[in-house]
Design a protein around this ligand. Structure first.
Ligand SMILES: Cc1cc2nc3c(=O)[nH]c(=O)nc-3n(C[C@H](O)[C@H](O)[C@H](O)COP(=O)(O)OP(=O)(O)OC[C@H]3O[C@@H](n4cnc5c(N)ncnc54)[C@H](O)[C@@H]3O)c2cc1C
Length: 379
């Protein structure tokens, strides 16, 4: 068994870490406070190959492995969770299904531009009526000559106000339930496409989550992704892989909170001592680190399974379930170690506490992950 990273993987981790520390960290507080999407920073990280890391060179990416991708997401999330969310959606939830199910013409038109970060992607599965129960979505798509007409609304669309292409899931055959869903590649300039309201969120406030409104939205038939009825399979395949990235986000965020906690514990004094000398603080830090390493292990293992071409659905769910819940326990302790200072908007751990909360919800809630893990064991 070999747990070591390759030289290339270490280089990617260190390069992204250096970029996040030097160019991003000084800006995060203001971007989050002003709810400003970090477009310029994404352009810079795109130049480092991080907007299409998993894409083969033929389609404009560096063709890196999932472990490298996980290391990148982890390093970004250690400093700025909202930026890692934007990267996770465009890299994985959008580009992977396009690579797997797209036609050559679709890849030429969209994948190359996504892979170099010229445009960002959005993944639109959730409706107001259905989140976990993806087969219950209500958006519809009806063929009309050489177009489809899409109607309905998508909610909580990450990157929704800044994307150049959207994968939208809609029902082409509502009677067929899960088998009646189809995926479409939609551009924001298509007739009948509109960006609706922005969610006013607890955390990750600079990552836009918006409503997408489709009113007889005209989508060329050539923009159907895969066959009619294949939509749910496309969505669930994308989410399986996406969960590894979300687990990496949780691990990175937890690492950031632990780093801040260690720094603060060494500085802060109480009862004539550094608080790091109190066993209560030491035990919190020891538990944070232990749980973090467990989450990291599950995440790297799921990434390794994916790179080895092995079944990884349940492993990705275990990584996402454990790491997302672990990150919430870690940020809770991080705020506790900071005392009143941790409750102030001036500190990073206050933001991390809010940013972590959503990780047990998106790309499948913890309850959905447990369903997947149990199904795998019981079938
Ligand atoms: C910040 C943010 C960004 C997001 N980005 C995107 C995006 O880019 N694209 C996209 O399509 N969606 C996105 N989402 C939506 C997200 O994926 C859904 O919120 C999530 O899947 C849960 O769906 P829901 O909110 O409708 O909750 P519901 O499905 O209504 O669930 C409510 C509660 O019931 C539980 N529950 C539901 N079914 C079961 C069951 N069978 N057994 C046990 N418990 C169950 C859930 O676990 C949860 O606790 C985002 C959400 C957020 C908050």
């Amino acid at each position: 068994m070999d747990f070591s990273l390759t030289d290339q993987q270490k280089l990617i981790r260190d390069t992204v870490r250096q970029f996040m520390e030097a160019e991003v960290r000084p800006l995060v507080k203001d971007l989050e406070r002003e709810e400003k999407f970090p477009l310029e920073l994404l352009k810079k990280i795109a130049d480092m190959g991080c907007c299409g890391m998993l894409m083969p060179e033929e389609w404009g990416g560096p063709g890196l492995d999932t472990v490298s991708y996980v290391l990148m997401i982890e390093e970004v999330a250690r400093v700025y969770a909202a930026m890692s969310t934007a990267l996770g959606v465009t890299n994985s939830a959008v580009q992977m299904p396009l690579l797997q199910f797209g036609s050559d013409a679709q890849k030429r038109k969209y994948l190359k531009r996504l892979a170099v970060g010229e445009i960002l992607g959005s993944f639109c599965l959730t409706d107001a009526a259905a989140g976990s129960d993806a087969a219950g979505i209500q958006a519809t798509a009806k063929p009309d000559g050489d177009i489809y007409r899409l109607n309905g609304a998508k909610t909580w669309v990450t990157n929704g106000s800044v994307a150049g292409v959207y994968i939208i899931f809609a029902k082409t055959n509502p009677e067929a339930g899960a088998k009646g869903i189809t995926a479409f590649l939609v551009e924001p300039t298509f007739k009948g496409f509109k960006i609706g309201r922005h969610e006013d969120k607890m955390g990750q406030r600079s990552s836009p989550s918006v409503e997408i409104l489709m009113n007889d939205c005209e989508v060329p038939a050539a923009n159907r992704l895969g066959e009619e009825g294949l939509g749910l399979k496309i969505a669930l395949t994308a989410l399986d892989g996406g969960r590894i990235g979300i687990a990496a986000q949780a691990v990175g965020l937890a690492q950031g909170a632990l780093d801040e906690s260690i720094k603060y514990a060494k500085q802060r004094r109480a009862f004539g001592k550094s608080i790091s000398e109190f066993q209560a603080i030491q035990w919190m830090i020891a538990d944070m680190q232990t749980e973090l390493e467990a989450g990291r292990g599950l995440t790297y293992y799921a990434a390794w399974l994916k790179d080895s071409g092995k079944q990884m659905g349940a492993a990705a769910s275990k990584a996402k379930l454990y790491a997302s819940e672990m990150a919430n326990r870690v940020v809770y302790k991080a705020v506790q170690i900071h005392g009143s200072v941790g409750y102030s908007r001036e500190t990073d751990v206050e933001r991390m506490y809010r940013d972590a909360r959503v990780i047990t919800i998106y790309e499948g809630t913890s309850e959905v992950q447990r369903m997947i893990i149990a199904r795998d064991l019981l079938q």
